[in-house]
Ligand binder design. Structure first.
Ligand code: ADP
Length: 826
């Protein structure tokens, strides 16, 4: 058979150089290969004592390489065994007088005990077949081996199989020494049986995997050659060579850029010369395969019709008018001017408001492929731009990978969560993204792995983020931000009934004839079970309802008694028992099977409570405002607006202010500002501490707390709330229970504008508040808010703190007219 062996000792290198490479006759290509019996690392100068018997071999191929150190790789085919008679010379390479031990024709002629041999060989053949058949036949090498077993003369089998099965060096030497055929058969049969037993054990302990089988096949003895030339390896070799030729053909026919083609052809040239055992071989091959696969010139045809796009967007998404309008403008410009070097759209808004799904709709309207690249937590620039090919395990970046996945060069790429890009020692991924997103540069985007430019100008990039605060400024500069605010309750109800419920029904295999969710129930879910700006957890709750109903419906198909209304609303959930109950009943009494449950199952509040548990959010507002020293503020978070209770209490002390609730510096400053302003105006408002003094901090400590202490809060907009809360504490009056407020304060008592008004107002509306105090200069922001929300609420525009306090307390926070003591000067 044929094997590959690596040669790197000086003596052997010399042999290759002066005999194999220089020689011209056929004789000079035959060498003797003798197993190395001593430690291979120790033999530097002395020729080790040679094993008595070796194998003559024909050197078929010699490949030289300098990596990792100078060596030759020989492909040798075994011819026959020989015995060393006398060593003629040792330097520069050993030459010996030898005697040939076996000849092929000799086997067939000179049998003394032919019968015994025939039996042995038959037995051997059976074991060999059994062994090979235990391997995975789908591996080409195994199938070839199976064919070989039948085609080769039986005498050749022991040598071939010994080279394949797992044996120790000692055993291999023994078989090499076994010149007589009979002896060879006898010696190898136990080894075969051992291997078969081993394989059986392996198969018992785990499911055989292809890899394992391959490994068994691939185990070959070291520096040991069998003398029967076989074709197995050569064919494999040829196959690999064919692959390379195919690859080359693919490269030439692919439509890659000229520069890329040049690089690929150079690489394939290198590949052809490279021995396959080199790690670089696989690396280069992977690289070339990727290059061939990339969609250099393949694109889908845009089908863009603005009217259809409008209908499609409207069909897929309810509300979000501003966003849809901007997207349509964007698409219209694209239609008029094919090459658009416009800004990248970036949708900014709380989670679950449909940013990703609008991106998907855009791809659908354009008839383009869609690919989402999640950037959250990416902190290595090679994630975007790939690793250089010198690294082990290097790969292309996500952009190139995405292109490979979609297979066209003009997909819609959704860069999800650009605000959550990280930064680390491995470079700044945002900087890498700059190149990707810049229309002036991205026609020649160079991934480190590819190392040639790829044209990204046809790709349509859309980004999404929860907040623009953490998007790197340079990146933000390249994008056009479109705010996607949260939904109002009415919008959520519509979205639920038009989109979410039908989708959930379909996912759970239910029909509207089986389940009905009236609008009041949806409203209940929205107000009592969710508190969010988007619709994601609403969607989840609807999913939970559908699951529970699916159980009822499936149960109804088996149960004899039909579940009545009481059962749906009953506290004890019967879905747990379905699996146990259903079987015996359905077997025992088939007559009642036909009775379906009462359809449709109506989800009312009782059912809701049964399925989703007790409500998670109650209208707790009035309860919490039953003591002085509590006020409701409005906060903006990346997840949408929220209402926030500010609580204050006072106690005897030394005039200290304690703040709790994970506050940022700006928030702490607001608290100090508020106290200072109140102290300076204490007399005017008749505010006193416990002992009746106008110096509010005299012998008094104040504690301010912002609940939900696990969430860090910062920003100036809580100023007015803190003032109101403290004013309530010191005046002993209750703040109106339906008022929420927001606004920054100054030391002089002015109210300054703040951001996020729309989200804050929606949050207050969600929480059922009625009156909202906002800074005067934020009045213009109210226009963005839907009319029905505005109608539900009363807005108070305040420009100074007096106005805030007057609006926050029932009957106003009266400023006592100063009672001037008239000192008679008479
Ligand atoms: P985001 O990317 O903003 O976090 P998604 O795009 O993943 O949110 O939206 C979450 C789910 O809500 C999706 O299933 C989407 O279909 C649905 N959804 C959100 N807004 C709307 C809307 N206006 N109309 C219809 N479905 C919506």
């Amino acid at each position: 058979s044929t094997m590959r062996t690596s040669v790197d000792s000086p003596r052997n290198m010399q042999l290759v150089r002066s005999r194999l490479l220089k020689g011209t006759s056929l004789r000079s290509t035959i060498i003797g290969v003798i197993p190395n019996t001593s430690d291979p690392t120790s033999d530097c100068e002395e020729l080790p004592s040679l094993h008595r018997i070796g194998t003559a071999a024909l050197a078929v191929q010699v490949v030289g390489s300098n990596w990792p150190k100078p060596h030759y790789t020989l492909l040798v085919t075994g011819l026959c065994r020989f015995q060393i008679l006398q060593l003629l010379k040792e330097k520069p390479y050993p030459v010996a007088e030898v005697e040939q031990l076996d000849r092929l024709e000799q086997f067939t002629n000179q049998h003394k005990s032919e019968e015994e041999l025939g039996e042995l060989s038959e037995q051997f053949y059976k074991y060999a077949v059994q062994l090979v058949e235990m391997l995975d036949m789908s591996v080409p090498a195994v199938a070839k081996l199976r064919r070989l077993l039948d085609n080769l003369p039986r005498e050749a089998l022991p040598d071939i199989l010994t080279s394949i099965i797992r044996t120790s060096n000692q055993e291999k030497l023994q078989i090499l020494d076994a010149v007589r055929l009979e002896e060879r058969f006898k010696m190898t049969i136990p080894l075969l049986v051992r291997q078969i037993e081993g394989l059986k054990l392996l198969q018992k302990t785990r499911k055989p995997k292809q890899d394992d089988d391959k490994r068994v096949v691939a185990i070959r003895p070291n520096r040991r050659i069998n003398h029967i030339p076989s074709t197995a390896e050569e064919e494999e070799e040829e196959e690999d060579h064919d692959d390379v030729v195919m690859l080359e053909k693919k490269i030439r026919t692919s439509s890659m850029s000229e520069q890329a083609l040049k690089v690929c052809l150079k690489e394939i040239k290198r590949l052809k010369k490279m021995p396959q055992s080199m790690p670089e071989y696989a690396l280069t091959r992977n690289y070339l395969e990727l290059m061939v696969e990339l969609p250099w010139n393949k694109s889908t045809k845009d089908r863009l019709e603005i009217r259809a796009a409008r209908i499609l967007l409207d069909n897929d998404h309810y509300a979000m008018e501003k966003l849809k309008k901007r997207v349509l403008e964007y698409l219209a410009v694209r239609q008029l001017k094919n090459n658009l070097k416009g800004p990248i759209l970036c949708f900014v808004g709380p989670p679950g408001v449909g940013k990703t799904s609008v991106g998907r709709s855009i791809a659908k309207t354009l008839g383009r492929e869609f690919h989402r690249i999640a950037l959250g937590g990416v902190c290595d620039q090679s994630d975007i731009r790939g690793h250089r090919r010198t690294y082990v395990g290097s790969m292309p970046g996500r952009i190139i990978n995405g292109l490979k996945t979609v297979g066209v060069n003009n997909p819609v790429f959704l860069l999800d969560e650009v605000d959550k890009l990280g930064k680390s020692l491995q470079g700044d991924p945002a900087a890498a993204l700059l190149e990707v997103l810049d229309p002036e540069q991205n026609h020649s985007f160079t991934d480190h792995y590819l190392n040639v430019a790829f044209d990204l100008s046809q790709v349509l990039f859309i980004a999404t983020a929860n907040t623009i605060a953490t998007i790197p400024p340079a990146l933000l500069d390249r994008m056009e931000v479109i705010q996607v605010p949260g939904y109002t309750q009415e919008e959520k109800i519509e979205i639920a009934h038009r989109h979410l419920i039908p989708k959930q029904l379909e996912q759970h295999g239910l029909t509207p004839q089986q389940i009905q969710i009236p609008q009041v129930t949806t409203l209940d879910i929205i107000t009592r079970y969710t508190r969010e700006a988007g619709v994601r957890s609403l969607d989840r709750k609807l999913g939970a309802i559908c699951r529970a109903v699916a159980v009822k419906v499936a149960e109804g198909q088996h149960k004899e008694t039909k579940p009545d209304r009481a059962e749906v609303g009953d506290g004890e959930d019967c879905k747990e028992h379905v699996t146990e109950d259903a079987k015996p009943e359905s077997i025992s009494d088939t007559a009642d099977l036909a009775l379906p449950p009462e359809m449709p199952i109506l989800i009312d509040f009782h059912a809701l409570k049964d399925i989703l548990g007790p409500p998670m959010y109650e209208m707790e507002v009035s309860e919490r405002l039953s003591q002085p020293g509590v006020a409701i503020g409005l906060a903006w978070t990346p997840l949408g607006g929220e209402i926030m209770f500010v609580e204050a209490s006072r106690m005897d002390g030394e005039g200290q202010l304690t703040l709790t609730g994970q506050l940022g510096d700006v928030m702490k400053e607001s608290a100090h500002l508020a106290i200072s302003w109140l102290r300076s105006n204490a007399k005017r408002f008749q505010l006193t501490n416990a002992s009746g003094s106008f110096d509010l901090l005299d012998n008094t400590d104040i504690h301010l707390h912002f609940p939900a202490g696990a969430v860090t809060k910062d920003g100036p907009s809580a100023g007015v709330t803190i003032v109101t809360c403290l004013a309530s504490l010191f005046s002993g009056r209750l703040v109106c229970s339906d008022v929420a407020m927001t606004g920054e304060i100054t030391l002089r008592g002015l109210v300054l504008p703040v951001g996020g008004i729309k989200d804050k107002v929606l949050a207050a509306h969600r929480a059922g508040l009625k009156r909202i105090i906002i800074p005067q200069r934020n009045e213009k922001d109210l226009e963005e808010i839907a009319l029905n929300v505005r109608q539900d609420l009363t807005f108070v525009m305040a420009s100074c703190l007096d106005e805030v306090l007057n609006a926050a307390f029932d009957g106003g926070f009266s400023v006592k007219p100063r009672v001037e003591r008239l000192n008679s000067k008479l």
